[in-house]
Design a protein around this ligand. Sequence first.
Ligand SMILES: Cc1cc2nc3c(=O)[nH]c(=O)nc-3n(C[C@H](O)[C@H](O)[C@H](O)COP(=O)(O)O)c2cc1C
Length: 365
Amino acid sequence: MTAQLDSMYPTTVDFGTLDEIHRAAGAALPADVFDFVEGGAGREITLRANRDAFDRWRILPDPMSGVANPSTRTSVLGMTLETPILTAPFGGDAMFHLDGHLAVARAVQRHGTVTIVPEAGSYSYEQIRAVAPEAARIAQLHPFAHAPAVAERIQRAGYSALCVTVDCPIGGFRTRNMANRFAPDMRQFGGNLTGTDGAPGVAEVFGQLLKHGAAAWNWTDLRQAAAQFRLPWIAKGVLTPDAAERSLAAGASAIVVSNHGGRQLDPAPASLDMLPRIRAAVGPELPILFDSGIRTGSDVFLALALGASAVVIGRAAIYGLAAAGAAGVSRVLELLTDELRTLMTLSGAATIDQLDATRLIGAQS
Ligand SMILES: Cc1cc2nc3c(=O)[nH]c(=O)nc-3n(C[C@H](O)[C@H](O)[C@H](O)COP(=O)(O)O)c2cc1C
């Protein structure tokens, strides 16, 4: 007798697609909180451009390539990633799910990759590392006066690298939040801002981020502070070859090509549009993480083929978190990775380092 076939697609999963997860997040969150997540700065030209940029590329099929089981494993700064997808630092995470980054880190650990733990999150660096030490490897901080003390604290907590956000001297001009008179409980951004040695006050950090005219650092300030860091650091928020070169001159070991998901300068260029020229400027060796607009496995493929070493997901992870906590984030990582693996087979790429621009063609060509 013929063996029974499973159904063509899994029928028992909570979420069949990433779109379903997005919709579930929208249903789970109050409208002003969902706007805080979804929104960008200004007229949201950059927010839209980040998505549109992916539509201008096509992946070339490679029939009969013989690739059956492509490997999504790679490594960044000595950290092994089973899938080339990290989760982004995002503040206020308990607004999206009570377990916030604790849930994100657990899900990320399940998938053998790394989460970038935020300074302005609802839980402390130490709490998140305690629940998922294999995933909580990179911690984000802002380049303000307290940075050397925070870097020291992050190192003591056992992290492997720092991520310094260089594109956020003040918060962007977030029009949806302004229209909503958005007034979240600021304690949800305060997981790292109380008590512990070296912790800046809430007023110090948010005074900087929320009020115009705060003293912002320049590259020299950052280089001097970074000279005291004992961990390698990644500059997050690089959108031009010039900023990439300045980051390296200040001592960065890697960069995140990012426009902060369209939440800071608007109109700024799409992150994907800037990626190839930044890769060309810094050469093939520098680890480049990429974020802003990743929503599907094909986006991951395109970013890697255009020069990224790995990608970082912000909103896509938040959708999973809001929809179903750790299980939701895990499903997002699973769907992104499954699609990436499928595309690798169809395009004949056996490994992540085989993804390059020779596999793509511009949509207009
Ligand atoms: C709700 C929210 C909060 C964020 N908070 C921070 C933050 O505290 N620090 C930071 O460097 N980036 C922050 N980001 C930006 C993300 O780290 C990341 O750059 C961005 O979300 C990537 O774009 P994507 O959402 O399209 O994936 C935040 C993003 C969102 C959506």
